[in-house]
Design a protein around this ligand. Sequence first.
Ligand code: FES
Ligand code: FES
Length: 171
Amino acid sequence: MTALSLTINGRTYGPTEVRDELSMNDYLREYLGLTGTKFGCGAAQCLSCAIIVDNPDGTSYASPTCVVAAANFNGKTIRTVEGHAKNGELSVLQKAFIEHFAFQCGYCTAGFLNEGQVLLERLAKKPVARADLTKTIGEALDGHLCRCTGYVKYHEAVRDVILADPKRYLV
Ligand code: FES
Ligand code: FES
């Protein structure tokens, strides 16, 4: 058993005694009711279950939750899809997903959103050349599967957010 404490979307949770084999996906969904994080393949193949992990040094990365034990997140700071909107207003990227009709069933959306957000924050710190943008987005979102095949629209949505603020994201 592990006494799990962590910060999710700016709020502290725990300590809560959890079984060491409890997955992070089950912890979020079943213990906390944060069902925006989906469970797809259960085998680290689709990333519909991905969340954002914020490192102490200010960097962030997207992590699957289906194959990772909740105990592995002890002491960490994470973000889930529920944390993107602020004061009832969707994030810029969420709005772009809607404007582009990027999702259909929505099952993969939280994963794409979290990965896209990580990319935006990374580019804000380390901009890329405009000529490399398509490749950069493709590499960042690679690994996220969409059974409704909305890939192009997700990519276009991320691209539009970046192109709308070139001084921030591009060199
Ligand atoms: S459900 Fe986690 S990678 Fe597919
Ligand atoms: S919108 Fe249905 S799986 Fe991507």
